[in-house]
Write a protein that binds this ligand. Sequence first.
Ligand code: SF4
Length: 266
Amino acid sequence: MIAPLTEAAPEHLTPHDLVTYFRCPHEMELTRTLHAKAMGRVPPLVRTPLDVVPLRHSPMAPPPAGPVRVSEGRLDITERDLLVYEDSGEADLPVLFPPERVRLDPRFTNGHANLIDAELGIAGRPDLVIQRGDVGFVPLEFKSTHLFVGYHEAHGRLFDAVQAIAECRLVQAVFGRRPEYGVVLYGDTAGGGSREGWVEVSYGEAEERWLRAVVDQVRRDRTRAPVPSERTCGSCEPNAEGLCRFAATRYEGPHHRERFLTTRVL
Ligand code: SF4
């Protein structure tokens, strides 16, 4: 008797995978290995062949240049906003909501925190999901760094836009309504709030089409080539562990990329 052919499940991807792939596909491979080891799991096979030719640029196209609203100062939370989801695994999230406006969705308490999009085969945890007045559900990603001077010119925060778009799709899949935008909150509290700010990354049909295309691209990429550069290698987690043979520079700390960009923007 011939066994029926079954399709292999698509490779599991997270918003964070897409961000690291956007920086450097090889970094995505090595980061997943590191995290699997940290969780006591068998690490996945690193796809990058030993004789790979490093690339000069990431093979992933940047997200569409849709409208991005940049605001300085504290995030404006109104009385009509509710907190409906919080990643309980993140210890340092800011407290933005008083207890009476916290209505956590019971589907994601009790350790079931992942938002799963079964159609695209992606899953992940935004830091927060806010139900905003008439706007609907909005994911929020918190960064402890500061809002960039010259945000629009730097293009450095495209990494954050990749994450925001992927999290919008997760919210769309789970809450059944397309978010208009995702929020990236830059919450550096130094300077009495003068360094804080937030960005609304729009999420329309163009962004969703882009996301579908890049998820497919990542899955089809059998090489996961390195993209060595001072900017990315200096803040690359696997580089800190001495795992990469292609590093363009030594590891200089998690905020190297931000420092690198800031010194070029100011
Ligand atoms: S050190 Fe550089 S080339 Fe190596 S994985 Fe990290 S970002 Fe990629």
